[in-house]
Design a protein around this ligand. Sequence first.
Ligand code: 3PG
Length: 207
Amino acid sequence: MTTGTDLLALSPVMPVVVIDDVDDAVPTARALHAGGIGVIELTLRTPVALAAIERVAKEVPDIVVGAGTVTSPEQAKQAADAGAKFLVTPGCTDAVLDAAFATGLPFLPGAATVSEAMRLAERGLSALKFFPAEASGGAAFLKSIAGPLPQLQFCPTGGITVSSAPSYLALPNVGCIGGSWLTPSKLLAAKDFAAVEKLAAEAAALR
Ligand code: 3PG
């Protein structure tokens, strides 16, 4: 079975994607994949998000599609029903954690402090999202906790750019990083999927 740690190995960058027009979902996923990215986190922030996940899961089987911004137990179940292959949460409550476990899907729960990370490790999780990365101490924070928490791998997300990405990817406890810069809303609104592919190729070459 795929684990959270396996998810971190799919690409150096996990694109965090907000889809406003459901028709953009498949071409966006195809462009990311053509650029060399193997994974996509579709955020549950728009009314079409679940439909977008469903389409990508069916029509772009080569990319691993997950649901991001899962903030309630209901959303965890809905995302799994829509065909999401994994779940990502910005932070974690016991209810969301229980619901995520109940789906049987691999998931990356969010943590921003040492105690949050330790609590998730106690529940058997070894791959976490570090969110919001830049605002919570950035690469320096992750570097500082690699010693005391060597069993944990992170996907830092939030405020990371193509320029700051290498400082994270150089850390032993970073499996991949997350970011929305590969799919800016401007490019999606303009249906400029060739530009998305270029950004994806640049991101895929980061490691
Ligand atoms: C997320 O939900 O993970 C973040 O909003 C992505 O952060 P970014 O837009 O700063 O990359």
